[in-house]
Design a protein around this ligand. Structure first.
Ligand code: C2E
Ligand code: MG
Ligand code: MG
Ligand code: MG
Length: 280
């Protein structure tokens, strides 16, 4: 009986593995198709001034649907794009689309809008990354300082020495660098100080517990303090409630992003949020 149970378990495990492999393969094919058919979509989530609520920027977030039209989470398809070597192409599509959109908004007079784009480690580490970024800026006429690249703490710290020259070349284009999901990895303060970093993004997992959870309060305050010491800008991610916003604003957090203001929206819907008086 025990043996039979054991065998069933092995069987179940193998089936689960096989179906996971199939599911991943299906997503990989979906990514390939989306690249061919231009079926990816880029959505934009506003970044708001914590005091005035004004939109000061946007974060581009990639969207993909399966063949039935249901959304596939980026948390699911981005790692698959990384593991299958497709991320470079995907990431270049995101940069191209995001910069063109930003150029269009700038042409409409929104000159103070800064666009943040997430960059995966593999893409960032590819040999011609900076060269291609530089020509895209030139082609679209977007000044470097209207763009911000978000890299996770893990990517920055994994090869901090190796990254320094790439980061310096990016900074020389005027492009700002943000550390995404800050606080979830292990940043060396010595490196943080050396890297040309512009902004820390407080991870949503810490914002969630505000203004109640003592640990989250302590972490949020120390990130804000660290930022002040080093001269970094800060954005808090995942702000969903007025109480979280009030806490962050009073603690001196200058910028916030979250469902309290808006989720990521298609370009046209985002543009509708941009009141004309906020343009330069
Ligand atoms: P991230 O860069 O940290 O992006 C923030 C995520 O939090 C987004 O999820 C956003 O939709 C979500 N979010 C924003 N405000 C709230 C809120 O108030 N509550 C909650 N519950 N969630 C909120 P999304 O779009 O599913 O993306 C997940 C992750 O996938 C991103 O995390 C980023 O790491 C990655 N990703 C998304 N787009 C791209 C891309 O174009 N390139 C790369 N390399 N990675 C991307
Ligand atoms: Mg991000
Ligand atoms: Mg984040
Ligand atoms: Mg995240």
């Amino acid at each position: 009986e025990a043996k039979k149970k054991g065998r069933n378990r092995v069987c179940w495990f193998e089936e689960a593995l096989a179906s996971e492999t199939t599911a991943r393969r299906r997503i990989e094919l979906r990514i390939r198709d989306a690249l061919k058919e231009n079926a990816f979509e880029l959505h934009y989530q506003p970044v708001n001034d914590a005091r005035t609520g004004r939109i000061v920027g946007a974060e581009a977030l990639l969207r993909l649907r399966d063949a039935q039209g249901s959304p596939i989470s980026p948390a699911r398809f981005i790692p698959i794009a990384e593991q299958t070597g497709l991320i470079e192409q995907v990431g270049e599509w995101v940069l191209d689309t995001g910069l063109r959109q930003l150029a269009a908004w700038r042409a409409e007079g929104h000159l103070n809008l800064r666009l943040a784009i997430n960059i995966s480690g593999t893409h960032f580490g590819s040999p011609r990354f900076v060269e291609r970024l530089s020509s895209r800026l030139r082609e679209t006429g977007v000044p470097g300082n209207a763009l911000e690249l978000e890299l996770t703490e893990g990517v920055l710290m994994a090869d901090a020495d190796g990254n320094i020259s790439t980061l310096a070349r990016i900074a020389a284009l005027g492009v700002a660098l943000a550390v995404d999901d800050f606080g979830t990895g292990y940043s060396s303060l010595a490196y943080l100080k050396q890297l040309p970093i512009h902004r820390l993004k407080i991870d949503r997992s810490f914002v969630q517990g505000l203004p109640v959870h003592p640990g989250d309060i302590a972490i949020t305050r120390s990130i804000l303090h660290l930022a002040q010491t080093f001269g970094f800008e800060v954005t808090a991610e995942g702000v969903e409630t007025q109480a979280q916003l009030d806490f962050l604003r009073d603690a001196g957090c200058p910028a916030v992003q979250g469902y309290l203001f808006s989720p990521a929206r298609a370009a046209a819907d985002f543009a509708a949020l941009l009141a004309p008086e906020f343009s330069a």
